[in-house]
Design a protein around this ligand. Structure first.
Ligand SMILES: [Zn+2]
Length: 298
C-alpha cells in the first residue's frame, strides 16, 4: 500500500506492482509493433495493428488508449444486436431467399429502370445525409418492374454500412401486427416500436386496394411517427400518384411526398416475364437436345 508519506512516485509504484509490470511489458511489445518496421498492410486497422489500443511512450513508461477501431467495433456489435432484435420482433422482415446477397450489379441498366437505379445508388451513396433528415424514397410502377429487388439492394447496402433495416411486405407486416393482438406471448408494442425505431424501414407493396381502412391507419401511425422523428421509410406501390391519391388519404400521400419527394417510377419490361422467357428458351433448347439424343439412340 502506498501511504500519503510514501516517497515512491506513481510510475515507480506502477512498475513495482506485478500486474502493472506485466501490463507495461505487454504495452512495450505493442509499442514496438506499432512503431516498428513491420508491414502494416497485413492488418485491418493499421493504426493499432489490430491490437485495439494505441500505445505511447513517455520516458520508460508506456500508456495506452483505445483505438478508434475498437469503438467502431462496439458500435457495429450493438447495431447487429439491434438488427437481430428487430428481426425477431417483426416476423415478416425475413429476407426472401431470391433477394439474398443481391447488389446493384444484379439490377440491369434497362430502359425505363435507369432513373430508379440512379436514385437508389445516390440514396445508398448519400445515406448518411438522407437518414439524418428522415428522407426516404417512394417507388411506383407495375408488378415485376424491379421495385422489390431495388429496395432490397438498398436495404442490404445500408446494413453493410452498419445501419439497422427492416424490409417487409405491407400485407404480411399488417398480419404480423394483427397476430399480436390476441396472443399474450407476442407483444404489439415490441413490434410497433421496432418498426418505429429501425434506421430504415422498407414497406413493399403498399397497394391500397388490398387494405381496409384499419390496415392503412395502422401502417400510417408507424409511417407518421417515423416522419415526425426523422426516420426514413421506403415505400413501394404498384399505383401511380393519382391512384395513391384516390386510394389513400390525401393527407397520407402529401406527407409521404413532402418527406420522400416525388415518387420515382420503375418502368420498362416486366422482369418476371423476361425471366419466364429465358426459362422457356432454356427448356426448349434442352428438349431439342434430348430429341436428338433419342433419335440417335434409335
Ligand atoms: Zn485500431
Amino acid at each position: 500500500m502506498i501511504t500519503q508519506n510514501s516517497k515512491s512516485s506513481t510510475s515507480q509504484s506502477m512498475t513495482s506492482n506485478p500486474i502493472n509490470k506485466v501490463k507495461q511489458l505487454r504495452y512495450k511489445q505493442i509499442w514496438e509493433l506499432q512503431n516498428g518496421e513491420v508491414d502494416k498492410s497485413q492488418f485491418v486497422c493499421q493504426l493499432c495493428c489490430d491490437k485495439e489500443i494505441v500505445v505511447s511512450k513517455a520516458g520508460d513508461k508506456f500508456t495506452a488508449e483505445d483505438c478508434k477501431c475498437r469503438q467502431e467495433k462496439e458500435i457495429k456489435a450493438k447495431k447487429e444486436q439491434e438488427q437481430k432484435k428487430y428481426e425477431q420482433n417483426i416476423k415478416s422482415a425475413e429476407i426472401r431467399e431470391e433477394f439474398k446477397a443481391k447488389t446493384f450489379k444484379d439490377f440491369k441498366w434497362l430502359e425505363g429502370k435507369k432513373e430508379a437505379k440512379l436514385a437508389a445508388m445516390d440514396y445508398v451513396e448519400n445515406f448518411d445525409f438522407y437518414k439524418e433528415r428522415g428522407i426516404g424514397l417512394t417507388f411506383i410502377g407495375k408488378c415485376g418492374r424491379g421495385k422489390t429487388l431495388l429496395s432490397h439492394i438498398i436495404g442490404q447496402e445500408a446494413i453493410n454500412k452498419g445501419y439497422t433495416v427492416i424490409n417487409t411486405v405491407a400485407k404480411e407486416f399488417y398480419e404480423d401486427i394483427k397476430a399480436t393482438y390476441n396472443n399474450p406471448s407476442k407483444n404489439t408494442e415490441d413490434l410497433v416500436s421496432s418498426a418505429k425505431l429501425v434506421d430504415l424501414l422498407i414497406i413493399d407493396n403498399l397497394n391500397a386496394e388490398r387494405f381496409g381502412s384499419d390496415e392503412i391507419d395502422k401502417l400510417f401511425i408507424i409511417i407518421n411517427h417515423r416522419i415526425e422523428n426523422k426516420k426514413p421509410t421506403i415505400i413501394n406501390s404498384t399505383g401511380d400518384l393519382d391512384y395513391l391519391n384516390k386510394k389513400l388519404a390525401p393527407d397520407h400521400v402529401s406527407r409521404l411526398i413532402g418527406k420522400n419527394g416525388e415518387p420515382i417510377k420503375v418502368g420498362g419490361i416486366d422482369m418476371r416475364v423476361k425471366q419466364g422467357e429465358l426459362i422457356t428458351d432454356l427448356r426448349n433448347k434442352n428438349i431439342a437436345k434430348l430429341k436428338r439424343k433419342l433419335s440417335d439412340a434409335k
